[in-house]
Structure formats: C-alpha cells, structure tokens
Design a protein around this ligand. Structure first.
Ligand code: ADP
Length: 308
C-alpha cells in the first residue's frame, strides 16, 4: 500500500511565539480511514492547515502522494478536498451555485460540473434544497453542503475537521454511513473529531495529539485492546427485583435497577460467556452495550500520563 500523506518532523511556531507543533511524524496510507484526535488547542487544525497549504510550517514537511506540498501547491489542491470546521460559504448564494462555483474553481467543464453537483447534492440529501440560499439551511445541512462541495472534483483524499460537531445523532449516523461508503469506494479519509465514538466507529488507524506532540499512533484495534476491561450493561426483558437477583449465582454481576444488570468483563472473557451465564439462570436480555466509551477512557488515561 502506498502513502497518501507523509509528515516528517513538522513544526509550527505562530507569530506570537506559540509553539503549536513540536515535531510531528505521521504516515497515512492510501484508502485508510484515519482519525486525528486531541483536545482543543492540541494542534489538529494546524496540521490540517499545513496539509492543505493554508498554513506554512516553520520546520519539517508534508508530502501528499509523494509530492512536497510546499512546492506543489496546485497539484496538492487537486488531490484533496477539505471540510473545514467553520461554515465558510456565502450565506446569500444558492446551494447548487456554491457547489458549481467550487467545480469552476477546479476547472471542471460546465456539463460535468452540473452532473457532479447533482450527484453529490443527491447523495447528501440536499437536492431538494438546490435553489435555496445557504443561510436558510439547518446546521446539519450546512455541514453536508460543505462535504458535497469538497467532493465535487472527486479528490483521492478527503480531510474533515470535526465533521459532525453540532450535528444531531440521527444525522451523524447517516453521515457516517456516507463517509464509510466513499471510503469503501477508495477515497482516503482523515478526520479530526471530539466525538471519540466517531473515531472508534469509523477509523482503522488513529493518532492522538496533545500540545503539539503525537502521543499515540496505532491501529484502532490495538488501541482498544490496550484496555483491560469494559463494563457491559445488560437490559433485561423482564423486571427483576434485587431480592430475586440475590437468589441467583451470578459472579461479577451487579443489580443496577429492576431492568438493568452490569458486569465487568476482563480482556480474556467475551460477551458470549455473559449471555451463556444469564440464559443458564433463565434471565432474558433485550440488549447489551458498553457502559462507557472505551476509547474515551483510554484517551483520558493517555493524556494524564503524557509528559510534555
Ligand atoms: P486544535 O485544532 O487541536 O484545536 P489548533 O491547531 O487550532 O488546535 O491550535 C493549536 C495551538 O495553536 C492553540 O494553542 C492555538 O491557540 C494556537 N494557534 C492556532 N492558530 C493560531 C494563530 N493563527 N496564531 C497564534 N496561535 C494560534
């Protein structure tokens, strides 16, 4: 697999003397779905700004598909689409015109620009809104419009800065499905997010950044494996009082309320064993879920332990 982005010893000190990046090294492979996670002010947007040639590094460099971005600005711009954190289109321009203008900026012939505009507005559920002014769109629609706009030249690489911030949960899921679909079709995706569940759900590889340094960089799977245990919440099909619960022999289980049990699951045990134990006791469960987001736990513990 070849490298989509290669970042070497990247440094950025802003004019006010603030050292936003302190030597960042990262590789993102082609077709990857990569998460860049970190608290506010960690340096995520600075990295994205440098990749997208809007911010100049003070040291090190970035290559996109093998080309140094600092010396190949135009070619690099063709390679990727960026969905920035802030809504940045003209509020008085109509939805379809916004996407068409972007297509023009990339030099697409008019007929192709029209075709692509329709394709992506339809895919993102905005075709019905094509003739309304963008300021009348809801927050979630504005975000989807930014994605449509970023895709109109069909870049190999899509970079999303907090793509679902402020987007309601239903819409977030449909956006995830869409992003997964275009990743499956070959687009490399990098996203920054505060929704750690989002990274866990979507991404194959992850880097965690804090105060301008990468403190973790591995596959999502191996990151999750580093956690020793998780707490499973079991939603019961039938009510069970604590007295009845006490009559069962269910080691490790806790009675939370008449509809809920909890159990801690070590890394050597799996959900099937929990099911087996409960069904032996003739207890039926409606569903099971993780009590807390494991990535969130790990993230917090890594940040606490990191030395800067
Ligand atoms: P993140 O995207 O992870 O929230 P940023 O990359 O936006 O972080 O910012 C990293 C650090 O650099 C922050 O401390 C921020 O205040 C600072 N910073 C960002 N942009 C500028 C700028 N133009 N001038 C000075 N400092 C900046």
């Amino acid at each position: 697999m070849s490298s989509a982005i290669s970042i070497t010893n990247l440094q950025k000190t802003y004019a006010n003397g603030h050292q936003a990046l302190r030597g960042v090294d990262l590789e993102v492979q082609e077709r990857d779905f990569f998460a860049l996670l970190g608290p506010n002010g960690a340096g995520k947007s600075t990295i994205i700004g440098i990749i997208s040639t809007l911010v100049r590094p003070t040291g090190g460099g970035v290559a996109v598909y093998g080309r140094d971005v600092a010396t190949h600005v135009y070619e690099t711009k063709l390679d990727f689409g960026v969905v920035p954190q802030e809504v940045n289109f003209n509020p008085f321009e109509k939805v379809a015109d916004i996407v068409m203008t972007q297509a023009g900026y990339y030099g697409l012939p008019r007929a192709l620009a029209r075709e692509r505009t329709e394709k992506y507005l339809r895919k993102l559920g905005l075709w019905d809104k094509r003739d309304v002014r963008s300021r009348t769109l809801s927050g979630g629609m504005k975000r989807r419009l930014m994605i449509a706009r970023a895709l109109v030249h069909e870049p190999r690489l899509l970079i999303l800065d907090e793509p679902t911030a402020g987007v309601d949960i239903e819409l977030r899921r449909s956006m995830w499905d869409f992003l997964q679909e275009i990743n499956n079709n070959g687009t490399t995706i990098i996203l920054t997010t505060h929704y750690l569940e989002e990274a866990e759900h979507l991404c194959r590889n992850i880097a965690i950044i804090d105060q301008g340094r990468i403190i973790e960089n591995c596959s999502m799977k191996s990151l999750l494996n580093k956690l020793d245990s998780q707490t499973l919440v079991c939603d019961l099909r039938h009510e069970m009082s604590s007295e009845v619960f006490a009559q069962h022999t269910l080691p490790g289980f806790r009675h939370v309320d008449s509809h809920t049990l909890e159990v801690d699951l070590g890394r050597d045990h799996d959900v099937n064993e929990v099911f087996a134990l409960l069904s032996q006791a003739n207890i039926h469960v409606k569903g099971m879920r993780n009590k807390s987001n494991r990535l969130e736990q790990l993230f917090l513990s890594r940040l606490k332990n990191s030395t800067v």
